[in-house]
Design a binder for this molecule. Structure first.
Ligand code: 13P
Length: 253
C-alpha cells in the first residue's frame, strides 16, 4: 500500500517569539505555494509557544504537536502538561520517548509506554521515538535495543491503539551530528520495525508510518524517503528555518 509521506519538524528547545513568528510565516507562505504537492507537515514547537503556533496552523496545510506529555490527567503535578491540555488547545500529535528525554530526564521505556497510552487516551497520536547509540550499533545490538524500546510500548497497547501509532527511528549517533544513517542502514531498521508490527497484525504494519530522524537535510531527504519502509522524516536542526525545512517537505511530495 502507499502511505502518505509525513515530514515533522522537532524544534526542540529553540526559538523566541520573534524567530518563531518569522519561521511560521516562511513555512505558511512556502507551503501554500506548492499547491498541495508536498508531504503532510507537522511542527513540534517548545511548549510555551504551542498555543500561538496551533492558532497559526488553523486552516493551513500544517499540523502541530507537542514534544512531551505528562502521564497524569490533571492535578498536583507542578510544571507538567497533560495530554488533555494539549488536545484542548488543538495539538494533534505528541513525541514520546525522544532520545534527548531518555538521556536528559532518565525516561525509561515503561514511562514512554505510559506516555503513549496517555496520549492515545486524549485522542492524540503518539510519535514513539526509538534508536540505538553508536556503542549499541558497534556492538551489533541495534535490533535488540530498538526492539526492546518498541516492545515496552507495544506490549501495553491493544490492536486498536497500535493502529494509531507513528514510529520515529532516530539513531542517537545521527542526531545533530551531521552523520546521517545511509539510506540502506535506515531502511534495514525500518524493515525490522515493520516486521515487528507485522508479527502482530499485517494490516497495521502495512499502514504504519515510520519516520527516520537524524541529520536529515534537503540534500539527503529524497533518497531516504524513497526507501520502501521510510515514510518521511523527523527533522531537528534543519526544521529551524523555512529555507532548510521547505525543501525537505517538498522531497516528500
Ligand atoms: P537533527 O535533524 O538535528 O539531527 O535532529 C533529529 C531529531 O532528533 C529530531 O527529533
Amino acid at each position: 500500500m502507499t502511505r502518505q509521506t509525513l515530514v515533522a519538524g522537532n524544534w526542540k528547545m529553540n526559538g523566541t517569539t520573534d524567530s518563531i513568528a518569522e519561521l511560521m510565516s516562511g513555512l505558511l507562505s512556502g507551503l501554500d505555494q506548492t499547491g498541495g504537492k508536498q508531504a503532510q507537515v507537522l511542527v513540534f514547537p517548545p511548549t510555551v509557544y504551542l498555543n500561538a503556533v496551533v492558532d497559526q496552523c488553523r486552516n493551513a496545510p500544517l499540523g502541530c504537536g507537542a514534544q512531551d506529555v505528562a502521564v497524569p490527567e490533571s492535578g498536583a503535578h507542578t510544571g507538567d502538561v497533560s495530554a488533555a491540555m494539549l488536545a484542548d488547545i488543538g495539538c494533534t500529535h505528541v513525541l514520546v520517548g525522544h532520545s534527548e528525554r531518555r538521556a536528559d530526564h532518565g525516561e525509561r521505556s515503561d514511562l514512554v509506554a505510559q506516555k503513549a497510552r496517555a496520549t492515545l487516551d486524549a485522542g492524540l497520536v503518539p510519535v514513539v521515538c526509538c534508536g540505538e547509540t553508536l556503542e549499541d550499533r558497534d556492538a551489533g545490538r541495534t535490533e535488540k535495543v530498538v526492539g526492546e524500546q518498541l516492545d515496552a510500548v507495544i506490549s501495553q497497547l491493544d490492536e486498536a491503539a497500535l493502529a494509531r501509532l507513528i514510529v520515529a527511528y532516530e539513531p542517537v549517533w545521527a542526531i545533530g551530528t551531521g552523520k546521517t544513517a545511509s539510506a540502506d542502514q535506515a531502511q534495514q531498521v525500518h524493515a525490522f520495525i515493520r516486521n515487528k508490527f507485522a508479527s502482530i497484525n499485517d494490516t497495521i504494519a502495512d499502514r504504519l508510518i515510520i519516520l527516520y530522524g537524524g541529520s536529515v537535510k534537503g540534500e539527503n531527504a529524497a533518497e531516504l524517503f524513497s526507501q520502501p519502509d521510510i515514510d518521511g522524516g523527523l527533522i531537528g536542526g534543519a526544521s529551524l528555518t523555512a529555507e532548510q525545512f521547505l525543501p525537505i517537505c517538498q522531497a516528500g511530495a
